[in-house]
Design a protein around this ligand. Structure first.
Ligand SMILES: [Zn+2]
Length: 195
């Protein structure tokens, strides 16, 4: 499977600790996540929302791995355009609210982690949870040393299928990820500032 996490960051603890702005922050984050998820097309499928993040997957197999991975990479790049367009619109719509969440919508940034590996569905009640080491890895990669809140991080396995993404600045990095040790990552930023 291709495993994808999209994550929104930019709101400080200050914003989250004030009642009015905390409620608006939640509405804004949900709206932006929904915008991103609405852009996701089959085979890329939402598995679940995880706070300020969403976890998606696409099934591979029968020699379609590279094709699926390229499709997902292309969709991930599209997420950024949709996210920033919606953030601009939300910022205008909420210009009259002077709470910190509404005033700082344009500070919000999107990141995505793309990995390909193995995962299994586990059914808990009516929910299908994805499980396995690769699911853990893709989540843990959100805690990395990249000095930016705006990027696409591809693992070695994903990068091997897709290569460089067009129109993005590229750098290779190594992250120390707990149990997994040194993990090579390929980082793409949508603007000209390399990380
Ligand atoms: Zn507000």
């Amino acid at each position: 499977m291709t495993l994808v996490i999209v994550d929104i960051s930019g709101y400080t603890q200050f914003i989250r600790s004030h009642e009015m702005s905390a409620i608006h922050a939640e509405e804004i984050i949900f709206d932006l996540l929904e915008t991103v998820i609405d852009c996701a097309d089959y085979p890329l499928t939402l598995n679940k929302l995880e706070g300020d993040a969403a976890f998606l997957y696409a099934e591979m197999g029968d020699g379609t791995d590279a094709e699926v991975a390229r499709d997902v990479a292309c969709q991930a790049q599209g997420f950024f355009n949709a996210f920033y367009a919606r953030a601009q619109a939300l910022s205008r719509e909420r210009a009259d609210c002077d709470c910190n969440a509404c005033q700082r919508i344009l500070d919000l940034k999107l990141k995505a982690v793309l990995h390909s590996g193995e995962a299994v569905f586990k059914t808990i009640r009516q929910f299908e949870e994805l499980a396995g080491e690769d699911v853990i890895l893709v989540h843990q990669l959100l805690k990395n040393s990249i000095p930016s809140d705006e990027y696409i991080l591809a693992t070695e396995a994903f990068y091997a299928l897709v290569g460089r993404l067009p129109e993005m600045t590229y750098s290779a990095r190594v992250e120390q990820i707990g149990y997994f040790g040194a993990v090579t990552t390929h980082v793409f930023t949508p603007h000209a500032d390399p990380v």
